[in-house]
Design a protein around this ligand. Structure first.
Ligand code: NAD
Length: 390
């Protein structure tokens, strides 16, 4: 049907939290409309109906929305460990799919999603909204222009100031639900490294540990009823995201460093710390002629080039002011939502491809394996043979 639709009718699986992105698709007078939503928690169905209007279909069983002929496309915004089941079921039901990152929590699971996508002939796009942020688009353009020469090194420092708040009070703090935060959080960054360097990772090694969160508190301890709530910096009230960050079951690393070798020879490092006091992603790309770096999260990129006659002693320096667009995640969310609809209407290729989604998960899984085995080198499993070249 791609290329012949005028309006795309969307169903959403997982309605709270990231499910809010569906607001951008609900444009009854525009090119897309949200017609259905599913969530295992009944409470979120009511809020969804309030946002989308009384005629929206809701169910606690996601299969009910897949059966509906008035749903063209499905947004999978459920937890990471549900993505494989939900994305495959939606593709098999003949729906186009927007799947949040990480594509799923194992490389094999990603390959099963790719297979279902291939067999279905439908569109699949990954929620890599960083590809739509002006700051990273600017860095990609600068690298692509050749001004820093051939990229040879990439260094990423990720200060996750909201680490506790976002990851350690809920399901994300368990390996069984996420594999590790090198997927849940860093799948975006591995994708940025791949996208801007124009190559995928070949092998990795990593070190990491749980240095701050976790501990001996009971697994069912919640912040609002905790006797230490008045003196705890990690106290938060947010239903389903208020379990103690120092509980026993917490087992995902909060401090990790990954080294990567890409297929084109680029050497990259990525470091993530969840107890940093600030929130900032600092990217540096170094090429044979210079380097580019973002000086803050959204607004400034600097380019330093070597003066060939004077070598490193004389540098030319240029700073670009980048204006983020309006909206969440540096303005990326409204744009990625529009692009998903444009893809379904015009049939164009997605900016955030399924293969890119698989490759960033493969790096996260390999790095997790390495970090839990003392830092051994782990090769990235090849893509299924039928997909090569895509
Ligand atoms: N791209 C981004 O910037 C971005 C930002 C935030 C979250 N995410 C992704 O979105 C996903 C959801 O994250 P979140 O923070 O909203 O989590 P969350 O726990 O806040 O919300 C998940 C929702 O899914 C529902 N749910 C759980 N199991 C379900 C099932 N089997 N069927 C239907 N609904 C189910 C829950 O009840 C809840 O409403 C994650 O994969 C996360 O990585 C992406």
């Amino acid at each position: 049907m791609s290329g012949t639709r005028e309006k795309v009718r969307i169903g959403v699986i997982g309605l709270s939290g990231r499910g809010m992105i569906a607001n951008h698709w609900h444009q009854p007078d525009g090119k897309s409309i949200v017609v259905a939503g599913a969530d295992i928690n009944e409470k979120f169905l009511f809020g969804f109906k309030e946002r989308m209007g009384p005629s929206v279909f809701v169910s606690t069983n996601y299969q009910e929305i897949l059966k509906r002929s008035d749903v063209d496309a499905v947004a999978v915004t459920s937890p990471d460990f549900c993505h494989e089941e939900h994305a495959i079921a939606a593709l098999e039901a003949g729906k186009d799919v927007f799947c949040e990152k990480p594509l799923t929590i194992t490389t094999e699971g990603c390959d099963r999603i790719l297979e279902a996508w291939h067999k279905s002939g439908k569109h699949l796009m990954v929620g890599f909204n960083m590809r739509y942020m002006n700051i990273f688009r600017c860095m990609k353009e600068i690298v692509g222009s050749g001004v820093i020469g051939e990229v040879k090194a990439v260094w990423v420092r990720h200060f996750v100031g909201h680490g506790g708040e976002w990851y350690y009070h809920n399901w994300m703090a368990n390996r069984k639900n996420t594999t590790s935060l090198l997927l849940q959080k860093a799948s975006h960054d591995f994708d940025m490294i791949h996208w801007i360097s124009n190559s995928y990772t070949k092998r990795v090694a990593a070190f990491g540990s749980l240095d701050f969160y976790g501990g001996d508190k009971p697994n069912d301890l919640e912040c609002p009823t905790c006797p230490e709530r008045d003196k705890c910096n990690e106290f938060q009230i947010r239903p389903y995201h208020q379990y103690c960050a120092f509980r026993k079951e917490v087992d995902v690393e909060d401090n990790s460093t990954v080294i990567m070798e890409l297929e084109n020879g680029v050497k990259a490092t990525y470091s993530q710390c969840h107890f940093a006091p600030d929130y900032f992603r600092n990217y540096t790309f170094i090429g044979t002629e210079g380097r580019v770096e973002n000086l803050d999260d959204q607004f400034k990129v600097t380019v330093l080039t070597r003066n060939q006659s004077k070598k490193w002693k004389n540098l030319s320096n240029r700073t670009y002011d980048v204006k983020p667009a309006e909206g969440e995640h540096g303005g990326a969310d409204p744009v990625i939502c529009r692009d998903f609809i444009d893809m379904l209407i015009t049939g164009k290729e997605p900016v955030a491809t399924p293969v890119a989604g698989r490759m960033s998960v493969a790096v996260g899984c390999a790095a997790t394996e390495s970090m839990r085995a003392g830092g051994k080198v782990v090769e990235i499993p090849s893509l299924p043979s039928w997909i090569k070249g895509r």
